[in-house]
Ligand binder design. Sequence first.
Ligand SMILES: NC(=O)c1ccc[n+]([C@@H]2O[C@H](COP(=O)([O-])OP(=O)(O)OC[C@H]3O[C@@H](n4cnc5c(N)ncnc54)[C@H](OP(=O)(O)O)[C@@H]3O)[C@@H](O)[C@H]2O)c1
Length: 254
Amino acid sequence: MKRVVIVTGASSGLGEAVARQLAAEKVQLILVARRKSALEKVAADLKVTYGVNVLAIPGDVSDPGLAVKAVHAGNEELGRIDGLVNNAGILDPMGKVDQVDPAAWKYNLEVNLLGPFYFMREAMATLRKFRGRVVNVSSGAGVTPMDSWSGYCSSKAGLIHLSRVIALDEPHVVTVSFRPGVVDTEMQDFIRREGSGRMSGERLTYFENLKKEGKLLPPQVPAKAVAWLVLKAPRGLSGDFVPFDDPRIGSLDE
Ligand SMILES: NC(=O)c1ccc[n+]([C@@H]2O[C@H](COP(=O)([O-])OP(=O)(O)OC[C@H]3O[C@@H](n4cnc5c(N)ncnc54)[C@H](OP(=O)(O)O)[C@@H]3O)[C@@H](O)[C@H]2O)c1
């Protein structure tokens, strides 16, 4: 069966790994991120390696027009949309509340919370029609406060709760939020590179040690869980905040 999934933040890290996992399942893809050349490289590689249709739509998810463009491409060029993975996200700004730039704080919410809202809003009519699924990539920081990450924690908490409301409003679309664990991606590089003096030394050392001790998850691990959720999550999971190692997550082969 032909299936089409939108993945935001697919130019690197978890989003790229999700796109790869879905392409291996013969899913056709609409990939979104700001870095045009990195995104197009991922798209070209997936096309050649897996023989699937992949559209690259470069842009910023904080622009509502990007969601319109991506959903239009799904409907017009690929004929349907079965799934949406709202994965694009940023950590900045780090710092105490009177040290952070309000414009950067606002942008964090625009990317991490409004972006998923715009994409769900645009895609919902099609997702309803095809009994689709949404995975909103949140974070443990959405339920556990992390010092100096006020924008990130607030946006990720908002995304968990937004997913619960959408699950209530949309009985024909399974909507979950997702906790990826601590993953070896550019976001972790950013924390180690920029965290000094902008977050507590204790927290920074914790992340540095995870890297040193080889305890960060490879992106492929949570990516498998996301791929299963967006292709197979049952109605009973709708509204839940699902961790990558949730025992309810099944195998893609079943
Ligand atoms: N790594 C972790 O430990 C961890 C833990 C919990 C949750 N998460 C969440 O996992 C998701 C993926 O992050 P990652 O760890 O894979 O880090 P990453 O490698 O930095 O990936 C972030 C992705 O989002 C894209 N992106 C960022 N801002 C964007 C914007 N305004 N518009 C469009 N795309 C944008 C980036 O591409 P461009 O720069 O090309 O736009 C990139 O593809 C994020 O939502 C993050 O909060 C990560």
